[in-house]
Write a protein of this length. Sequence first.
Length: 355
Amino acid sequence: MLTESLTTPGQGVVFSTRDLAPGDRVAAWERTLSQVFVGLKVDVEPDRPWAGELTAERLGALQIATEEFGPGTILRSARSVTADHRTHILVRQQLDGTALLLQDGRTAELLPGRLAFHDARRPFRIVLPRRQRARILMMPRALLRLEEGQLSALTATVVDEAGEGAAALLLPLLCGLVDEVARTTTTRREQLARVAAEILATVALEQVGRHPAPALWERITASVQARLGEPGLAPQDIADQHGISVRYLHRLFQLHGTTVNAWVRTRRLEAARRELAGPGAAHRSIAAVAARWGFISPSHFSRTFRETYGMSPVQWRSAAIETPAAPAPRSVGCRQCTEGPKALHRRATRNAAHS
C-alpha cells in the first residue's frame, strides 16, 4: 500500500523512460507517478511511440512537478483510491499541448495556460491525445480551506486568465512564483511556495462560487423546506447540517438570486398561505398557523404577509373560503403578489364594503 510520496522536503526527483528497455517503460512510469503523486494506472497504445519525463520537488507542504508524457491515459481508479489513502488535491496547469481531465461527471479541456483541480479522494482520468507538458502542484486538502461540498463543485472545472475575477489577476502571479521557485536556491523558496499555495486557495474559493454543486443546492433547500417550522432556524444551523461554512452558504444563495433569510421567509409564507386557503382553515387561528410555520410573532407574520401578498392573512382566508374553487396563485419569491391574491383582495374589499 502506498502511504507517502517519493518526494520529501529538500529532495528532488528526476525520471525519464528514455533509457529503459521498451518492455519496462510503462511499469516504471506508472510506479514513479504513483510514488510522486498518488496511486495511478497508466495506459498507452502499444503501436504508438511515447515517452515520459518527470521532475518533482517538495517545498514545505507544496509539491511542484513538471510532467512530459503522451500519448496515453493516467487513471486514478476506485481500486487505487481504496489501496492508497492519500487524499491530496492536485492542480494540473497545462504548459504545452492539450489534456482532458475527467472527474465527478465533468470534463475539463486543458489548453496551454489553463488549469484544473482534481481530488485524489475520488477517481479521475487524464486523457492525453499526444505528447504534452504540464505542471502539477500537489498539496494537502486542508490548505484550500474548503468543505467537501465545495471541493466536489471545484474538480474538473477550467480556470484560466480570461474574463474578470481573481483568476485573471492571480494566475500570472502564480506562474511567476513557481518559475521563481524553480530558479532560486535561496531559503526564500519555501516562502514563495507558501504564497503560491495561498494563491491557489483564493482561486479555488472564487471558482466554487462560480460553479456551485447543483446536488448541494438541492440538498440544502430540501432540508430547509423540511425545517420551516423551527422558529430558531438560522444560517449557522443550515451550514452545520451540510458541513459547509456560513460564508459559502450565503454565497450559494446569492448565486441563486436571493439570501438565506429571504428564501426561508418566502417558503414559510407560501406554506402558511396554502394552509389558510385549505380545508378547515376557518377553524384555525392566524396565530396557530403562523407558529406552525416558524413565525414567533403573529403581528410580524401578518405584516410580512400583507407586504408580500397585498392583503392580510384574515382577508386571504376569508376570500379563499368564499371562493373555494379559485386556484392558488403561483409562487413568485419575494416579488409582489400575483393575480390570484389581487383578485381575492378585490373580492374581499367588495364584500367588506357591502357588509
